[in-house]
Design a binder for this molecule. Structure first.
Ligand code: FAD
Ligand code: NAI
Length: 473
């Protein structure tokens, strides 16, 4: 058994871990990153949930299925005719896998470029030693002066219904369905439910989503959530709110879900496949946290302060394994900030300006506070909205669903939240994030020249709407 010493040992090579490792190496530290993810040949596949079974493959399938839907539904109005439109699911999945592999390989290249030592295997705490902490990986022992735990999260299963990834699917199986199911069920109308439900609906599945809460996308601004709900229902997504899921019976070919509707009626949903997307749990089993006395909370997440410090000096934790939103870019920001704090710098993450995006069609994106949050806080605000229907570029695209909405302080005009449902919301939200980071007012955005014709003009117009002076609506 060999022992190697490092300034920083990172456990987990997802967006939190691999970015922390790269930033620490840039700052001159001798860094190791341990990750256990295996590709289908048993080789290393760094990038975590995000790269392997999350952000990247889901966006690849969303893109393929969106092209398919456009080809089937909107090409004709452009005068483009197509005969015998079909989807080769195997090829679509192979393309998705190659996109994933490009990202895995890219991270291995970045490790080499930045001289990060990569270890493939499970990292577990050994004991505290005078130089720091022992972390074992296979037969090797690494000693880190600092350890960053970035072990991420896994899909939460329903208590009596474990994932078999054949008919009862987590996000992993949901990204590998080999043929379009006739009937697909999803439990949980959250981010995964809506994104994965969209993929398979576009490809022809009859999709039903069962959601436990009575409100649709409760964390989203109500006006935006209503608009999105209308669009999804029009597309054919069946969304049942306020249900109580009961017994689930499955065979190799079918699943039967008993549930009670919001009105109290007993119902059964019979489907070919069921995706369970009811949230995620932090990965801390197998980490041997108890060996060093690393404190976990009641959910099994590593307990940290605002700066990602754990209860142990020199041990940090970032990303999905700690509190806060489970988002790749939040994990990355924390990874960078921790590396900088280890170097004695003032790494900073602004939790108020972390954007959210749901990559459905229309896309939903937001940053800052919702109207319902401002009301609950008793904050005086002004609201301005602008519909894509009145935007020239959206009309040319043939994609006019949705709106941009600004919320600004009633007195100072400071932007408090921006909410978008519509085309390219994921890209448009970046301007709002920059504006809020600079504590801009709605008038600041309203006075900036935006290219014409562009979707970003809807952002400018929504900012103008705060002062009730839109020009094109
Ligand atoms: P992870 O990405 O989970 O990485 C943790 C890594 O640590 C994994 O490789 C794991 O194998 C490894 N590991 C765990 N324990 C050990 C151990 N003991 N030893 C060695 N290695 C270990 N977020 C977005 O921002 N945008 C999106 O579009 C988006 N889409 C998503 C779609 C889906 C279907 C899912 C499931 C998630 C999506 N997310 C998205 C969320 C995003 O994937 C996570 O927030 C992000 O991956 C968290 O990064 P992380 O580094 O904390 O953890
Ligand atoms: P989620 O938290 O987004 O949604 C889970 C939904 O399931 C909620 O609406 C909840 O009310 C419902 N639910 C919970 N238990 C239930 C039950 N027993 N019966 C019926 N409904 C129930 O979680 P999801 O979709 O699993 O995604 C996990 C996380 O992954 C997200 O919160 C997000 O952080 C991340 N993610 C981010 C994406 C993005 O940024 N575009 C895409 C996909 C995932």
């Amino acid at each position: 058994m060999s022992t190697k010493n490092f300034d920083v040992v990172v456990i987990g090579g997802g967006p939190g871990g691999y970015i922390a490792a790269i930033r620490a190496a840039q700052l001159g530290f001798n860094v190791a990153c341990i990750d256990e993810w295996k590709n289908d040949k048993g080789g290393p596949a760094p990038g975590g949930t995000c790269t392997n079974v999350g952000c990247i493959p889901s966006k690849a399938l969303l893109q393929s299925s969106e092209y398919f839907e456009h080809a089937g539904h909107s090409f004709a109005e452009h005068g483009i005719g197509l005969k015998d439109l079909n989807i080769d699911v195997k090829k679509m999945l192979a393309r998705k896998d190659s996109v994933v592999k490009q990202n895995n390989d890219g991270i291995l290249y970045l490790f080499k470029k930045n001289k990060v030592s990569f270890f493939h295997g499970r990292g577990a705490f050994g004991k505290a030693v005078s130089e720091g902490y022992e972390v074992t990986v296979g037969e090797q022992t690494l000693v880190g002066k600092n350890v960053i735990v970035a072990t991420g999260s896994s899909a939460r299963a329903l208590p009596a219904t474990p994932f078999d990834e054949e008919t009862i699917l987590s996000n992993d199986g949901a990204l590998r369905i080999g043929a379009v199911p006739k009937k697909l069920g999803l439990i949980g109308a959250g981010v995964i439910g809506l994104e994965m439900g969209s993929v398979w609906r576009r490809l022809g599945a009859d999709v039903t989503v069962l959601e436990g809460l009575p409100t649709f996308l409760g964390a989203v601004d109500e006006q935006i959530a209503k608009e999105a709900h209308k669009a999804f229902v029009k597309q054919g997504l069946k969304i049942e709110l306020g249900v109580k899921v009961g017994d689930i019976k499955s065979t190799k070919k079918a699943v039967s879900i008993a549930y009670t509707t919001a009105k109290g009626e007993a119902q059964t949903l019979d489907v070919d496949k069921l995706i369970v997307s009811i949230g995620r749990v932090p990965n801390t089993t197998g980490l041997n946290a108890e060996a060093v006395g690393l404190k976990l909370d009641e959910r099994g997440a590593v307990e940290v302060d605002d700066n990602c410090r754990t209860n142990l000096p020199g041990v940090w934790a970032v990303g999905d394994v700690v509190r806060g939103p489970m988002l790749a870019h939040k994990a990355e920001e924390e990874g960078v900030a921790v590396a900088e704090r280890i170097a004695g710098q003032h790494g900073h993450v602004n939790f108020n300006t972390i954007p959210w995006v749901i990559y459905t069609h229309p896309e939903i994106a937001w940053v800052g506070q919702t109207e319902q949050q401002l009301k609950a806080a008793g904050r005086a605000y002004k609201a301005g909205t602008f519909p894509f229907m009145a935007n020239g570029r959206a009309r040319a695209l043939g994609d006019t669903t949705g709106m941009v909405k600004f919320l600004a302080d009633a007195t100072t005009d400071e932007i408090l939240g921006v909410h978008i449902v519509g085309p390219m919301a994921s890209e448009l939200i970046a301007e709002a994030v920059v504006a809020m980071e600079f504590r801009a007012s709605a008038e600041d955005i309203a006075r900036i020249c935006h290219a014409h014709p562009s979707l970003s003009e809807a952002t400018k117009e929504a900012a103008l709407a705060v002062d009730k002076r839109t020009l094109n609506f």
